[in-house]
Design a protein around this ligand. Structure first.
Ligand SMILES: [Zn+2]
Length: 64
């Protein structure tokens, strides 16, 4: 298998090579992830849940 994914608590997580939810390879780090979320409703929902959770933890919005 062979891909490492950045930890969700780090900034690197916002620029992944792979979708952290389904493992799909992204065309571009960052921008490709946003495109992927557009195409994948389940990943978009999981991302929204994750973002809410992080916002609770650190008290600010994730901005990409
Ligand atoms: Zn995905």
């Amino acid at each position: 298998m062979g891909h490492d994914h950045p930890d969700p608590s780090t900034d690197d997580w916002a620029n992944p090579d792979f979708c952290p939810f389904c493992g799909t390879r992204l065309t571009d780090p960052g921008a490709g992830f946003i495109d992927h979320l557009d195409e994948s409703e389940s990943c978009r929902e999981r991302f929204a849940d994750w973002r809410e959770h992080i916002a609770d933890d650190i008290g600010s919005e994730w901005s990409g």
